[in-house]
Design a binder for this molecule. Sequence first.
Ligand code: OOB
Length: 554
Amino acid sequence: MTPTTAQPTEPAAQSALRQGFTAFPADRAQSYREAGYWADRRLDSLLRDAAAQWPDRTAIADPTETRTFAELDALADRAAAGIAELGIQPGDRVLLQLPNSAEFAVALFGLLRAGAVPVMCLPGHRLAELAHFAEVSEAVALLIADTAGGFDYRTMAAELTAAHPHVRHVLVHGNLPENQEGFLSWTTVSRTGTGPVPNIDPELAGPALLLVSGGTTGAPKLIPRTHQDYVYNCTASATLCELGAEDVYLVALPAAHNFPLACPGLLGALSVGATTVFTADPSPEAAFAAIDAHGVTVTALVPALAKLWAQACDWEPLAPKSLRLLQVGGAKLAAEDARLVRTALTPGLQQVFGMAEGLLNYTRIGDPAEIVETTQGRPLCPADEVRVVDEDGHEVAAGNEGELLVRGPYTINGYFNAEAANERSFTPDGFYRSGDRVRRSQGGYLEVTGRVKDVILRGGENVSALDLEEHLLTHPAVWSAAAVALPDDYLGEKICAAVVFTGTPATLAELHSHLEGRGVASHARPDVLVPMTTLPTTAVGKIDKKAIVAQLTK
Ligand code: OOB
């Protein structure tokens, strides 16, 4: 794919941005605009417009701070002026890594208003990931908290800037380290800027921000989301979720992740005048208290957290009462867990199968229980073109499994600065190869059946890891389970089940007879059982199989 050529008069940052970016082809862009999916507005105009319409409503709240839309809008303007005064230019990339807090929203909108392109790092990312993002994005600055969750981000930042001097500024929210050159107080920069709000030439078809890929395999990639596609992403999601000004949305997952950010998340909530509440601690104790205090009506969780919250209703005195919509996604929610969540937390469960690269599938409000419990939803937009294909790239019939390919009005056309990955991840006609195996029903609902690569090759037989995990989860003593491949001299790969038990652990023999009772073939049953107290997770809370294998093979 050929990147658009830079205009000779463009600032250097803008032209570098364009060079790493694959734009939507002109014909599809035009059709999305004509169909009304793309409104020509900048992402930060969502806040400007909300502040005009609902100035005195509460926009954001965390345990220490509450801001109205008018206040947040004014803070974003101040922050934008301060950022510009540092010499950060439109198109410059800035690594943003803040814990869930009201300040996250101030920083995000401040950067957008300055025309900077935030790189949406999660608080769980560490030096290896940050260094990779810094390099690929050519970031000029980093915005961090001093400490959070027992981690000192300033120490990491010092190491990062030593190895990546192009990261010129480190902006610290909280206490500055002593004698550290290049470190500035974010409060000073964002609150005392005196200059005008930068006047940006709106580049609506260009990247507004860079998301980080889920990255359960290989190095995480940067995902350029444009103003046009991301405004659609969050506003159409808000409409689908029937979000209104009376709603209160809780950010419990890391705010920089696409799901709580824009599906509909913070941005969708903001666009309809709803309040967003942040919690940096998603434990049932802290989250239930926030739900109770603010009357939270909507939130988004990964399956492991949803299950934990559902169980916690047995012992936590403040079980949620106000939730009308609980979105669960990011990994497969087993049907039994879906039933548990609906009974314990709210009947308003919504399954969400999404990806930072774009495509979002949602079950709909009012869908029958069967659909909500056993499918991962259907595409958000009528213009989402979904193909389910076999290994040769041919479409399979409805009801058969295959890899999901997609293109559409909010799905990227290439990763940022990643030519080799783009060759592999996109078809010549611009479809993104998701790597997800799905089955599509007549009604267009998708069921995720595994990852194309998450298959254990045991003695010549292909065993789907997800399939085995789902069978294991039906055992009453199994709380969570991951099936991973371990090297084996005889079989090539053997099946290892890493299992967290509730109560008395089951033995391998007991699991085998349970699986046999469910009709699981003998070659597809685990060779090894490793009981664990917890399974390692990624920065957003998905089970991290790479880390499990690393633990077991070190
Ligand atoms: C969300 O986004 P990412 O980019 O962190 O991860 C995307 C991948 C998908 O390709 C799929 O493999 C998996 O996560 N996934 C699911 C799932 N939702 C995501 N697998 C099974 N069932 C589901 N419901 O994870 C994400 C982005 C926006 C909204 C929701 C999730």
